[in-house]
Each structure stands twice: as C-alpha cells, then as structure tokens.
Write a protein that binds this ligand. Structure first.
Ligand code: G3D
Ligand code: MG
Length: 194
C-alpha cells in the first residue's frame, strides 16, 4: 500500500481499517471526518481513503473498503498493515445486530489483526430506539472478545459529527501504542536472529 511506517523511526502514521455491515454509516463517517482533508475515492476498486492529522505530526489513514460480500476478500489484503480497527454498527438496526456481531467475531479471529486495537462506533445515536454504548458493549460481548487488545465503544452520530473527534483521539492513542509495540517486537526478532 506504500504507506508503511519507516522501520525503527518515530511512528508518524497509522493505517486504520473501517469495517461494518453495509449501511452502518462508514462512508458517511469518512465524509464527516475529512472536513478540509483531501477525500480520495477509488471507485474502480471500490474503496475510499482519507488521511486525517489527528495530532501534530501524526496522521491516521482511514480505509473504507466496503462491507458487501464481494469485498470480503479485499479485507484480508489490508489486515497485515492495520494498526487499528474502526468497526461501525448501526445501533438502531436491531434486526441486523446479530449479523453484525457474527461479522465482528469473524474479523477478530483473523491472525493478522491479533492484538490490533478496536474502536467500536455505536453509530446513529440520533435515531429513536438506538442502543447506547453500554448496551452495544454487552450485546457484542466486547469484554470477552476483545480481552487481548485495547478497545473502546464510542457512541456517535455520523450525520451531526457527534462523538467523532473523541473516537479519533482514542483511536490515535491506541494505534500509536500498538505501532510502537509492533516496532519493538520487530527489533527484538531481528536481534534474536543475528
Ligand atoms: P455504509 O458506507 O456503511 O454502507 P452509508 O453506510 O454511509 O452509506 O450510510 C447508510 C445510510 O445511513 C445513509 O442513508 C446515511 O445517510 C445513513 N446514516 C449514516 N450515519 C447516520 C447517523 O448517524 N444517523 C442517521 N440517522 N443516519 C445515518 P441513505 O438514506 O442515504 O441510505
Ligand atoms: Mg459505503
């Protein structure tokens, strides 16, 4: 993807993978995130990318690779370089909650993103009957399934932008921490094989 962190250098950017069922609000979120940033759409491949400077000298690169069945294969190509997972759920869609949960569990099982931090976005909080963050935490069994990594459930509304800056800041903290630990383990492995 050409956006790797330079090995052994200070971490300057992190790759964030956005996932979630179709219609959860990923594209809307990305659109809201960007504000003045360059919003790059790659329609031929079917995904959107956005780079956001969340701290001084630190950028999050958000990859919205789409939630449809046909994009599943594509996800795997992204996983290896991922420093953070942004999982979006439509908190008002109780009918598809189980489907979303199954998808989430499947993703977490992937070896490439073992220990990768997760921000769960409990989106569409503006809608009547939307489950709150506590309820989403419980329904998605976060404590159990994310026990091996940093995680946080952030309530938000992609339409108004509420909760989004908090999500990005938490994600930045997690991703920075994760990238650093990844670098350290790389150095350790290299030292061992010498
Ligand atoms: P996706 O990219 O995950 O597939 P989209 O989802 O971003 O395309 O959003 C799907 C629909 O949900 C869109 O409506 C969008 O406007 C709506 N949506 C996204 N976030 C919110 C939210 O926080 N609150 C509400 N009320 N709606 C939201 P349409 O009508 O265009 O299909
Ligand atoms: Mg979309």
């Amino acid at each position: 993807m050409g956006l790797h962190n330079t090995k052994h250098s200070k971490v300057k950017q992190a790759n964030i993978l956005m996932l979630g069922l179709d219609s959860a609000g990923k594209s809307t979120l990305l659109y809201k995130f960007k504000y003045n940033d360059v919003f790059l759409t790659i329609p031929t491949i079917g995904f959107n990318v956005d780079m956001i400077e969340t701290r001084k000298d630190f950028t999050l690169t958000l990859w919205d690779v789409g939630g449809q069945e046909k994009m599943r294969q594509v996800w795997c190509d992204f996983l290896e370089d991922t420093d953070g997972l942004l999982y979006v759920v439509d908190s008002s869609d109780k009918q598809r909650l189980e489907e979303s949960k199954k998808e989430f569990e499947l993703i977490l099982k992937n070896e490439f993103i073992k220990n990768v931090p997760v921000i769960m976005l409990a989106n569409k909080q503006d809608l009547h009957g939307a489950l709150n963050a506590e309820e989403i935490t419980r329904r998605f069994n976060m404590k159990k399934y994310c026990s091996d990594r940093n995680w946080y459930v952030q309530p938000c509304c992609a339409l108004t932008g509420e909760g989004l800056s908090e999500a990005l800041q938490t994600l930045t903290t997690f991703a920075k921490h994760y990238s650093r630990s990844k670098e350290t383990s790389t150095i350790f492995k290299e030292t061992k094989t010498q």
